[in-house]
Design a protein around this ligand. Sequence first.
Ligand code: MN
Length: 307
Amino acid sequence: MANNVIQANKEMIEKMKHHYGNVLTDKLPPGAVFVAKPSGCTITAYKSGKVLFQGSNGEGEASQWGTSEPPKVKSPSKGTMTLPENFADWSVIGSDEVGTGDFFGPITVVSAYVKKEHIPLMKELGVKDSKNLSDPQIINIARDLIAAIPYSLLILHNPKYNAMQEKGMTQGKMKALLHNQAILNLLDKMAPELPEGILIDQFVEKNTYYKHISAQKKIQRDRVYFSTKGESIHLAVAAASIIARYAFLKEMDKLSAKAGVEIPKGAGKHVDIAAAKIIKRRGIEELKSMTKWHFANSEKAMKLARK
Ligand code: MN
């Protein structure tokens, strides 16, 4: 089983503890702040700030909270990437994805271009870290953004996701392929204009990212930077994240209409229950086409549906 470790501060650990409030367990190992068991994953948060995600959905859960290392910009040791000074004021393509930890719905990846002249407009439109925005706020801001800046959206629907996953492809590799393609599409759209930098909200180590896309015909390397918490590094990543979440919400609405059941986000118990309903009404194949089938939720839903 894959292990995913992220580094979190006290505030974030409190936020996580609250988020997993209904799946907390009583038994804590030494040094632990909490242990939670959402679907397909065991999460152990330690006083040191390390948070361990174990199990088949460990990567999915961890990706909701950040990636496996602390922000690179704050620890330029070990030869990791340091962003140029004043990077926040550059004209930048930001790239981010949504939906990786959700059982239902696709992965949406967006690359969005915010040139320096547009930074005040971004602030005016309310662009900021999408984790601090409600769904209605996301929808409002995204509608303005789509009209205001160049972007490229890719949607990986679950029939294709499941086929790739069953061939052994990791979610990390799928994301890398999608980011590379979204960036290339946007560069095409913008040509001959070029951004000063391209910032990918980091989900794997840089070398792993390039290894994942090594077989691609075109690989964008020029001007590419990686950082965790990219949304707080440049508003282009925040804008990309908002458009990606908007696209994800629209896809979830479509799925809800198709299934005749209000489809929940995430991978918790409420998701198992909705999934079981869909099995009863529409059958297993229909459910599979709407979900990331390798998540542990599928087993649980089938069990629930048999009851
Ligand atoms: Mn991200």
